[in-house]
Design a protein around this ligand. Sequence first.
Ligand code: NAD
Length: 294
Amino acid sequence: MKIGFIGLGIMGKPMVRNLMKAGHEVVVYDIIEDNIKEVEKDGAKAAASSADVARQCRLIITMLPNSGHVKTAVMGPGGVLEGAEAGSILVDMSSIAPLASKEICAACAEKGVKMIDAPVSGGEPKAIDGTMSIMVGGDKAVFDEVYDILMIMGGSAVHCGDIGAGNTTKLANQVIVAVNIAAVAEAFMLSTKAGVDPEKVFDAIKGGLAGSTVMNAKVPMILDGNFKPGFKIDLHIKDLNNAIETGHAEGAYLPLTAQVMEMMQILHEDGYGQNDHSALMRFYEKVTGTEVRK
Ligand code: NAD
C-alpha cells in the first residue's frame, strides 16, 4: 500500500522505516530538508509539501510536535486538505490537545476526509522496535480499517473512544510519566545526600512496589549523566500544558502536574529544553549543588 507520512523527527523516521520494512511504499514530507533526505536514503519517496503527500496517498499519517503544527500541516496553505481526495484517511499520531483533534477532524469531515487521533507511548526505542503503545480516538470503523498498519508500528493499539479520546489517554500517560520521573529524581537525591550509593538503591528497590518502567528506563540514564533525548523536556512541557488546559476545561485539577511542569520550565530557562525528560534530576542538582551519578 502507498502510505503518506508527514513529520520525520525522532519518532517519525523509525516509524517510516518500519512501514517500509513491512513492504509498504512511503511518501514523506517534513519542513526540514535533511530529515527527508535521511529517510529517502532508506527508500522513502520525497514529496514537495503535505498537500503533495495527500495527492499521492489515500492514507496519510502525521507525526508532528503539537496542535499548531498539525493544524498547519493539515488545514494550512499547502496542507493535507488541499491535496486529499474525499474518502482518504488521516491518522494523526502526534500528541496534541484533544480539543485540537476535534477541530481538525471537523475540518477534515468538511472535505470528506476521515480522521482518527492515534498518539503513542514508548519513545524512540519502541518506535525503532515497532512496539509502541497506540491509543486511538475516532470512528471505530476507521480504526478497524487501519489496525494492521498501526500494528506494524505498535505492540498494541487500543480504541479508547470518540475523536480526541486517544489524546486524552495520552495526556493521562504523560502526567503519570512526568510525576513518576520527578518522584524518582527526588528520592534518588535524598538517598545520595544521605550517603547511599544510588546504584545500590536502584538494585534494592527496582523489583518492589516503587519499581516502574520509568525507573528502569530513566535511572540508568541519570546515573550515566546521559540526557540525550529520547523525549525532550520541551515536548513534555507541551504535553503538561495541554493536560492542565484540558483539566481546566473539564473540571479536573492537576496540582502535581503543575508543579512538575514548573520544574521543567526552570530547566527550559536554563537551556536544557532539548535534554531528555530524565534531566528533571538537574532541577534537584541545581537546588542542592549535588550530582547523582555512578
Ligand atoms: P521531533 O521534534 O523530533 O519531530 C517533529 C518533526 O515535525 C520535525 O522533523 C519537524 O521538522 C516536523 N514538522 C514540524 N512542523 C511541520 C510541518 N508543518 N510540516 C511538516 N513537518 C513539520 O518530535 P518527535 O520526538 O518525533 O515527536 C513527535 C510527536 O510524538 C510529538 O507530539 C511528541 O510529543 C510525540 N511523542 C514523542 C516521543 C519521543 O520519545 N520522542 C514519544 C511519544 C510521543
